[in-house]
Design a protein around this ligand. Structure first.
Ligand SMILES: NC(=O)c1ccc[n+]([C@@H]2O[C@H](COP(=O)([O-])OP(=O)(O)OC[C@H]3O[C@@H](n4cnc5c(N)ncnc54)[C@H](OP(=O)(O)O)[C@@H]3O)[C@@H](O)[C@H]2O)c1
Length: 231
């Protein structure tokens, strides 16, 4: 359970898309300060928003951020990237970029902030995964989010000893730059952010932000309609 009122948060990729929604909703919920990173950050008129440069694939950049956020109590690993197309057609560069950002980047940031969270009483670490943690067919990106689910669950076990709450967030299509080209129903990022923050405050460990995420997660422990097994 992590109190948002008065909290100091770090949101990776916090200057656009879902990350920007996290920043807005954290402040609306009473956070005192939010470090909002981007690879090319812009200043904010709101003094509570502190822009920081961060490329999660660059260890020196991760270390530089960690050195500046000694007061942080809530970290949201939101930064992520995608490439479209079948896995069989993916280049080595596609594979490396997506896994470097969505998996290795999350691990690197988590390793860097874990001692800070410990010093500040435990706090919370939130990883933005996807419904694709559990659904095949989404190429390199899907593979990275399935890996991130496992990484998140292991971080939860390892960080329990320092009293850090670790939360996995799972969502389907959400209205950001990432899905701009897709003509499908989409979540409002502000709703996803608000639900996640409420779950953090309730001490929960997993956010199923929409119906598609709830259905696929439930299917992992069955029964699936029309597929009931006998005996
Ligand atoms: N939109 C969806 O339908 C959807 C569904 C499920 C999960 N998600 C997940 O939600 C998270 C946010 O995505 P979004 O929808 O807001 O996508 P987006 O609009 O494409 O934004 C991507 C964000 O990630 C940051 N980022 C990308 N590569 C980075 C790197 N190497 N280092 C640091 N930051 C980097 C970007 O920061 P810059 O400003 O530096 O570019 C940007 O803030 C991602 O983890 C994504 O996988 C999205």
């Amino acid at each position: 359970m992590t109190t948002i009122k008065g909290a100091v948060a770090l949101v990776t990729g916090g200057q656009r898309g879902l990350g920007k929604a996290f920043v807005e909703e954290l402040l609306a919920a009473g956070a005192a300060k939010v470090y909002a990173t981007a690879r090319k950050p812009v200043e904010s008129e709101d003094p509570r928003i502190v822009p920081l440069p961060l490329d999660v694939t660059d260890p020196a950049s991760v270390a530089a951020v960690a050195a500046q956020v000694g007061d942080v109590t809530l970290v949201i690993n939101n930064a992520g990237t995608t490439v479209r197309g079948p896995l069989l057609g993916a280049s080595r560069n596609d594979l490396e970029e997506v896994f470097a950002t969505n998996v290795f980047g999350v691990v690197a940031v988590s390793q860097a902030v874990a001692p800070i969270l410990a010093r500040n009483g435990g706090g919370a670490l939130v990883n933005v995964a996807s419904v694709l943690s559990w659904v095949a067919g989404a190429g390199v990106y899907g593979g990275s989010k399935a890996a991130l689910w496992s990484v998140t669950n292991t971080l939860r076990l390892e960080l329990a000893r320092q009293n850090t709450q670790v939360v996995g967030v799972h969502l389907g299509y959400t209205d950001t730059d990432m899905t701009r080209a897709l003509d499908v129903p989409k979540n409002d990022p502000l709703d996803v952010a608000r639900d996640t923050i409420a779950a953090v405050e309730r001490g929960e460990t997993e956010v199923l932000a929409d119906e598609v995420s709830r259905v696929y997660k439930a299917a992992l422990s069955g029964p699936v309609e029309g597929l009931a097994l006998q005996g």
